[in-house]
Design a protein around this ligand. Structure first.
Ligand code: NIG
Ligand code: FE
Length: 381
């Protein structure tokens, strides 16, 4: 087995919870990696010998980003909707149906190649773990094949048959919920780790969301949820009540929602690229953190509400627009994302964890927000 020593790390973000401080940073650090795992972390001066050596040259090293929310299996683009929003149009859930039509018509090969292109974009921007949802098939065959395609790229596969009610069920939403929790779930549960519901205006209400998530949980899937994106609802509290791993968007939050998130184990995942791309108000992630909730940051990369694959961009937005410190934002996009996926092997640089590391072309992670839009990813390990 070949071991690799990465030394000369000017600043290392470990996020190691045993150290005490949030990002548990080390200066002049080194890491030894063997067989994809971290086997040693310490001072550069005391590093053991290894077969290979990478000199970080004083650069900052952070855990690879854990992007816990994306919709990469789709065809087509909706740049016209974005253009209309920038001159005053509001984002509405209905646009999803346009992508459903194009996705159903696309071949497996076309969908896989679009997904591969986006995963490569993410990787080049420092993402080493990505969750990918279905949700543009909305019938049994197209949801199942979307999950199979997602599975070519990640283990974090989410069944989102309940994205919106497809056009052919407009007059029978209850019938669609029956399909999602019946035949579609039978076909999709074996291919997924998670079940998700878009609980919002124009999508599914809280009762439907409960039915769908509980059906998925009964089949062994973990629950996650889109809630509070387009308006206030009881969806956020439902996610906490059901023990969901994460509730995502949280753009509209009541006092009761904040209390529930602060006292439960459900991660609040904020997606600041969505507010950037829809001109909605940013979620109050500052308030969530101050209340004691766990916050993750993810891209939500999708053709409608937010077509960025860049976690660094989302970090810059979280710092500038949501008042997170750079350290809080980097933690939320690494360790926070890992918690949102119930993963203990990523998001942390410590012995026994996966060696998913990102070397920045900068002396500090602060530069991710200080130098927005600049490609600072020097190397992904
Ligand atoms: O997370 N809100 C629901 N789903 C996506 C948007 C999907 C789309 O517009 O195509 C989201 O924002
Ligand atoms: Fe989403």
């Amino acid at each position: 087995m070949t071991s690799t020593l990465i030394d000369g790390i000017g600043l290392l973000v470990t996020n190691n919870p045993e150290v005490g401080s949030l990002t548990a940073e080390r200066h002049d650090a080194a890491v030894v990696v063997e067989n994809g795992m971290i086997t040693w972390v310490g001072d550069s001066s005391g590093a053991p010998a290894a077969d290979l050596r990478i000199d970080a040259g004083g650069r900052c090293v952070i855990p690879g980003f854990v992007d816990s929310h994306s919709h990469l299996v789709f065809a087509g683009d909706r740049s016209d909707e974005f253009e209309a929003r920038m001159v005053g149009e509001k984002y509405a859930a209905g646009g999803i149906r346009r992508t459903v039509g194009l996705t159903r018509d696309a071949t497996d090969a076309a969908l896989a190649s679009n997904t591969a292109r986006l995963v490569a974009e993410m990787r080049a921007q420092g993402t080493t773990t990505v969750e990918i949802k279905s949700g543009y098939g909305l019938n049994t065959i197209d949801e199942a094949r979307s999950l199979a395609i997602a599975g070519q790229f990640t283990e974090e596969i989410t069944f989102l048959g309940a994205h919106v009610v497809p056009a052919e069920f407009t007059d029978d939403p209850a019938g669609y919920v029956e399909l999602v929790t019946g035949e579609m779930l039978d076909a999709c549960a074996p291919r997924a780790k998670w079940i998700d519901v878009f609980c919002d205006d124009g999508a599914f209400d809280v009762d439907q969301a409960r039915t769908i998530l509980q059906a998925g949980q009964a089949r062994g899937l973990g629950a996650r949820m889109h809630a509070g994106q387009l308006g206030p609802s009881d969806g956020v509290r439902l996610a906490v009540e059901l023990g969901a791993a994460s509730v995502d968007h949280c753009t509209f939050l009541s006092d009761a929602d904040v209390d529930a998130l602060a006292s439960g184990s459900t991660v609040a995942t904020v997606l600041p690229g969505v507010e950037f791309s829809t001109r909605q108000p940013y979620p109050d992630a500052r308030r969530l953190i101050d209340a004691g909730a766990t916050v993750a940051i993810a891209s939500d990369c999708n053709p409608g509400s937010c077509f960025t694959s860049s976690v660094p961009f989302c970090i810059a937005l979280a710092v500038r627009e949501m008042h997170l410190s750079p350290a809080e934002a980097v933690w939320a996009a690494t360790a926070g994302g890992a918690q949102a996926l119930w993963r203990e092997d990523v998001g942390v640089v410590a012995v026994g964890k996966k060696a998913d590391l990102v070397m920045l072309d900068a002396p500090s992670y602060v530069h991710l927000a200080y130098r927005p839009g600049v490609p600072l990813i020097h190397r992904v390990i």
